[in-house]
Design a protein around this ligand. Sequence first.
Ligand SMILES: [Zn+2]
Ligand SMILES: [Zn+2]
Length: 273
Amino acid sequence: MPEMKISFLGTGSGTSTNRAHTAIVYDCDDGTRLLIDTSSGNSVARSGSALGIPVEGFDQVLLSHYHPDHLSGLLFVQHARALARQDAPPLDIYLTGETLEWAIKMCNSTHLNVAEVDQEGVKNSDGRQVMRWTVVEPGEQINLGPTTTASCFPADHISGAVGWRVDSGGMSVVFSGDTRFNPKLIEAAKGARLLIHEAFRTDEDSDYANDHGHSTAGEAGRAAAQAGVAQLVLTHIDTEFDANPKPLLDDAKKHYKGPTSAAADLDQITVSA
Ligand SMILES: [Zn+2]
Ligand SMILES: [Zn+2]
């Protein structure tokens, strides 16, 4: 039975103090390894190392949006990778046009082994192409491995923000990205094996969550129920719920009756078709 292993390298919100920022690894049944968002600083390397996932091993990255808690770790991933694998092909980055604009600005503002940046990718000081951008449109299917494809869908957060559906081995795993309650996610997540959904606040604080472009846990539960997914994992957890995510889980479970959990840094789960 095909399986997908999911490793949570970072599960904190942008304002979280005790968790790493968002980054998730999918190990698909066909051997494809995907990095979904890149956290900030060296968290991908640090958390990955704790789980035996070397930072230099990534070849494909899917980005949800340009907020630095999701994007800025990319610099350190590519830097470590380019040093460790001198003959590696460029790191492939899949992102929307708006996210690319900010990724280019970020690369231009650093000297972390970045010499030349353009619409194609990034070259280092040796003139070697170390990153390659692929701009994606919502709904467009991209091939990532023998039986692995992905497509993004619009998120309700900032301009150019998306969530990602990954299909592999006959099952789909959907990541919300950062978003308010999102009918487009429900469409994309129909019948998914797993929904990984952000949950910034409890339902009691829905105004605060929505004002900041985020969902409540109850809204994550509603999305899971309406999409008919088989399992829900909450992530993008803020400091208030770091030690005890139970209030979030309670709200999600009011709407969604399937298996529900809150991810913590270094959690790993395996789902099968
Ligand atoms: Zn975020
Ligand atoms: Zn964000």
